[in-house]
Design a protein around this ligand. Structure first.
Ligand code: PLP
Length: 403
């Protein structure tokens, strides 16, 4: 327990709060906005948010729902029509999904929290990648359990090291977290590794949480089918997905989980206790996103493919930077260790220098765990012209550091 003193009272904060962590992206965004308020020009490569607007037909569906008076409470686990649309959408990706196993939430984030709260006892262990989206570590700790990190192979498209994962499993391991395509590395897990991981999960009776929020952003090779399509995995896997990235709907707050049947009612109960229900107009917008034209999504993917090329070329031309073009998501994760070592600084100091001295907001790899040391994460979900100008400044910074 932590005791906080203010002038009037001593407030005791429950110790479970000590486990919760923040998100580097939101912290850097706040610092960048503070600089903008002082009149500085900042290039935003920090936040994982498509710069595209939400497509008009999606917005119109939300507005129409409000005009039609859909302003009341609804079912905690989501409107049936949306759960049907999600199940149909997943079925087109080869995933056997029933609407009753879909739980709708305000973003995909709550599904991560519900998974930890519903499955982990105090002292249990959850295997999470390092580097990784920081909320995995946070929710596992909040549930009183231990995150046990596994490394990603930076020499091979940042895929999980299956042998290292196998070696980390103990009698307390309950959960294996996978994220593909991955934030922050852009790594995509190949079919062979998914099969090996599925086998490992089955042999050790693990629940797999697979975060596929970046599924549409897969460049190059044909998309790898989800781990849920492997026989036996649907029953032991929680799929985490949402509308934020694919449909440029970050601020709407709409996501979902596809869960093993016994978990659906538990997750809905957590949703009921937490937020009661996602606003109906947001869910109507989600239905329009899934059932309407996919043209806006396809143009966004095409544009991101061009930006991926642009950012990879610009980064690889900078002395002291090594990069392989990311296989998926919309992040470049270059190795800048040669430059940081030459300058005698770490990546957090480098990222801070880039923001404060050059006006480029991006994230140090360590915002995603100790395994991110030596790397920066640059989001390319931002305009080509901004990427271009930001990379000129990044180059200037590296030149001054290494000269
Ligand atoms: N999962 C990953 C890997 C992410 O990068 C993010 C957001 O950046 C989320 C989940 C959460 O997205 P949302 O809650 O907006 O659906």
């Amino acid at each position: 327990m932590t005791t906080v003193s203010s002038s009037a009272i001593q407030l005791s904060i429950a110790s479970r709060m000590d486990g919760l962590r923040g998100e580097g992206a939101f912290e850097v965004l706040a610092s960048a906005r503070a600089l903008e308020r002082k009149g500085r020009q900042i290039f935003h490569l920090e936040i994982g948010e498509p710069d595209f607007p939400t497509a008009p037909h999606i917005v119109e569906a939300g507005v129409r729902a409000l005009q039609n008076g859909e302003t009341k409470y609804g079912p905690a686990g989501g409107l049936l029509e949306l759960r049907v649309a999600i199940a149909n959408h997943l079925t087109t990706h080869g995933i056997n999904a029933a609407p009753d196993d879909v739980v709708v939430a305000p973003g995909s984030k709550p599904i991560l929290l519900y998974s930890a709260l519903a499955l982990l006892e105090s002292g249990d262990e959850a295997l999470i990648p390092d580097p990784a989206y920081p909320i995995y570590d946070s929710v596992v700790r909040f549930a009183g359990a231990h995150p046990v990190t596994y490394r990603l192979d930076s020499s091979n498209n940042f895929v999980p090291d299956v042998e290292a994962i196998a070696a980390s499993i103990t009698s307390r391991t309950r959960i294996l977290v996978l994220n593909t395509p991955q934030n922050p590395t852009g790594g995509v897990i190949d079919a062979g590794r998914l099969a090996a991981l599925a086998q490992l999960a089955e042999a050790n009776d693990l629940i797999v949480i697979v975060d596929e929020i970046y599924r549409p952003f897969n460049y190059g090779a044909p998309p790898v089918p989800s781990i849920l399509t492997i026989p036996g995995m649907r029953e032991r896997t929680i799929l985490v997905d949402g509308f934020s990235k694919a449909y440029a709907m970050t601020g709407w707050r709409l996501g979902y989980g596809l869960v093993p049947t016994p978990l659906a009612a538990r997750f809905a109960l957590l949703a009921l206790n937490d937020h009661a229900c996602v606003p109906a107009f947001v869910q109507r917008a989600g239905i329009a996103a899934l059932t309407g034209t996919q043209e806006p999504l396809h143009s966004m993917i095409n544009e991101f493919a061009v930006r991926r090329q642009l950012i990879s070329e610009r980064l690889s031309a900078i002395p002291g930077v090594r990069i392989t073009a990311p296989a998926g998501a919309f992040y470049a994760f270059p190795d800048v260790s040669a430059a940081t070592e030459a300058a005698g600084i770490n990546v957090a100091q480098l990222a801070s220098k880039l923001l404060n001295d050059y006006g480029v907001a991006l994230l140090p790899g360590t915002a995603f765990g100790a395994g991110g040391e030596g790397h920066l994460r640059l989001s390319f979900a931002t305009a080509r012209s901004d990427i271009d100008r930001a990379l000129t400044l990044v180059r200037e910074c590296f030149t001054s550091l290494t000269s």
